[in-house]
Design a protein around this ligand. Structure first.
Ligand SMILES: CC(C)=CCNc1ncnc2c1ncn2[C@@H]1O[C@H](COP(=O)(O)O)[C@@H](O)[C@H]1O
Length: 274
């Protein structure tokens, strides 16, 4: 095991804030995040503001493009990776955090790079375990309306302005998802993954939930309400694997992901590659 202490951060970083990839001093901080400005509603009856919005949105496309380019460049050398999600509020002295570290470590020792949202709590735990196992520890952070720095266990980090660009990176460079206990953000990421697999946008993509007790209520509701009322198929539940032990996380990822063929369409598919 390598150094048990987190790598030291730049002492000046405490008062820094990232707007996308750009670091700024707090006094230069913008009131709204980029995502919020993108999604802001403009009254269609206000002709002046509508015209302004059209102009701004057109230029915004270039910024979105540049974020994809920077993300693809940064991630292109990453090894086979697993993305780990989980609560930003998990306390470092909690048993759940310790389990998160073990999950990150087990994945790292099995040869996977670990990608997280780069923030505190469960994300930090998984990055810590991966870093200590000597694996690539990656954090894909997001611009938030309050100060936010990458956790100290991230070796390769990026700050994204746009949620949807960041989410693309979570999926594109991973062979599977692991969800530690978490709140709305974790549920969002879990259900996005489920939808992508259900609709075959990604194939052979294991989704592993850690914590049988934590996830039981949700799984019961999915079975008793969603399946019972025909909103999802019973087989859709098979897309989820629920485990408690770090080695079972690795086994579940291996079982589905190792045999993963290239997703590249072959000529026989008759599919365009664009
Ligand atoms: C203390 C605090 C709330 C910090 C928030 N800082 C965050 N930094 C990076 N990613 C985040 C953050 N909050 C939520 N997320 C995203 O949403 C998930 C966690 O959300 P939640 O805590 O389960 O709902 C993470 O996997 C991450 O991808």
């Amino acid at each position: 095991m390598s150094n048990p202490e987190p790598p030291t951060n730049d002492p000046e970083a405490d008062d820094a804030l990232y707007i996308g990839p750009i670091r700024v001093r707090p006094q230069q901080r913008l009131g709204k995040t980029t995502d919020r400005r993108l999604l802001e509603w403009v009254d269609p009856r206000d002709a002046e503001r509508r015209a302004e919005r059209t102009m701004r949105d057109s230029w915004r496309v270039l910024r979105i493009q540049s974020e994809f380019v920077a993300g693809f460049d940064a991630m292109s050398e990453v090894a086979e990776a697993v993305t780990v999600f989980g609560s930003a509020r998990m306390k470092p002295d909690s048993p759940e955090y310790a389990l998160g570290v073990e999950v990150g470590r087990a994945l790292g020792e099995a040869g996977y790079a670990v990608i997280t949202g780069g923030g505190p709590g469960a994300m930090q735990a998984a990055n810590q375990g991966a870093h200590q196992a000597g694996a690539q520890s990656i954090g894909l952070n997001i611009e938030l309306p309050f100060e936010q720095t990458l956790n100290p266990w991230v070796d390769l980090g990026m700050n994204f302005r746009y949620f949807f660009v960041r989410k693309t990176m979570f999926v594109k460079y991973a062979v599977g998802f692991v969800c530690l206990p978490g709140g709305l953000g974790t549920l969002d990421e879990l259900f996005e993954a489920l939808t992508l697999v259900q609709t075959k946008k990604v194939v052979r993509f294991p989704i592993v939930l850690v914590g049988t007790e934590f996830w039981a209520g949700l799984l019961d509701w999915m079975r008793d309400v969603l399946v019972a009322r025909g909103m999802i198929a019973a087989e859709d539940l098979d897309l989820l694997t629920v485990v408690d032990e770090p080695e079972d996380v690795v086994a579940a990822i291996h079982a589905t992901a190792v045999a993963r063929p290239s997703d590249r369409p072959s000529a026989a598919d008759g599919t365009m590659t664009r």
